[in-house]
Design a protein around this ligand. Sequence first.
Ligand SMILES: NC(=O)c1ccc[n+]([C@@H]2O[C@H](COP(=O)([O-])OP(=O)(O)OC[C@H]3O[C@@H](n4cnc5c(N)ncnc54)[C@H](OP(=O)(O)O)[C@@H]3O)[C@@H](O)[C@H]2O)c1
Length: 173
Amino acid sequence: MVSSLDGFIAKKDESVSWLQSTDSYEKGVTLTEEDVAEFLGTIDCYVMGSRTYEHALELGWPYGDVPVIVLTHRDLTTDRENVEFYSGDLNDLVNDRLKPNYRNIWMVGGSMLARDFIRSNLADDIIISIMPVILGDGTLFFDYIGQEQRLHLKDVTAYKDGMVELWYEIKKG
Ligand SMILES: NC(=O)c1ccc[n+]([C@@H]2O[C@H](COP(=O)([O-])OP(=O)(O)OC[C@H]3O[C@@H](n4cnc5c(N)ncnc54)[C@H](OP(=O)(O)O)[C@@H]3O)[C@@H](O)[C@H]2O)c1
């Protein structure tokens, strides 16, 4: 997910202008539209909470025709053939439904789902992109996970717009 330096992924009013940086960092890498498209092309399936899904619908659907699983306890409906609603055990979802069918599964968020995936040891990697901003309030990236988790730093990339991407592997066992 994309986070502020103080760890928030969404503002209380859900406005998203903070996701566009006006900063500039000379030594940073330029992220082109081609880079983004290439990266997105590697994703086989998205998983997200219903609030993230509803916010994505409001902002403009960014997931194209890639399969999307939305977690909800409500009876939501959609005309999109690639969207499926799921309610229930996350272990069953990941191990019985997702892993046999998809290789690169991106858990989009939000905070509740990120916490549950990490707590249940269902995530392999965490990629956090830190924007050059302190939001001061909102929805936290790590919403009291309640357990220690050792990580391995796989990569760090600083971008021209001041965003820093940290890529961690979650150590198992
Ligand atoms: N900065 C970023 O990169 C980033 C990324 C993702 C999201 N966001 C933002 O974060 C905000 C949403 O985050 P959030 O933490 O409030 O909500 P969320 O995780 O997106 O959604 C929470 C909802 O997911 C459903 N849910 C979660 N676990 C479930 C389970 N095991 N079974 C069934 N349903 C389950 C429940 O929906 P029901 O109430 O429908 O049952 C729950 O209320 C939005 O503003 C979004 O735009 C930001």
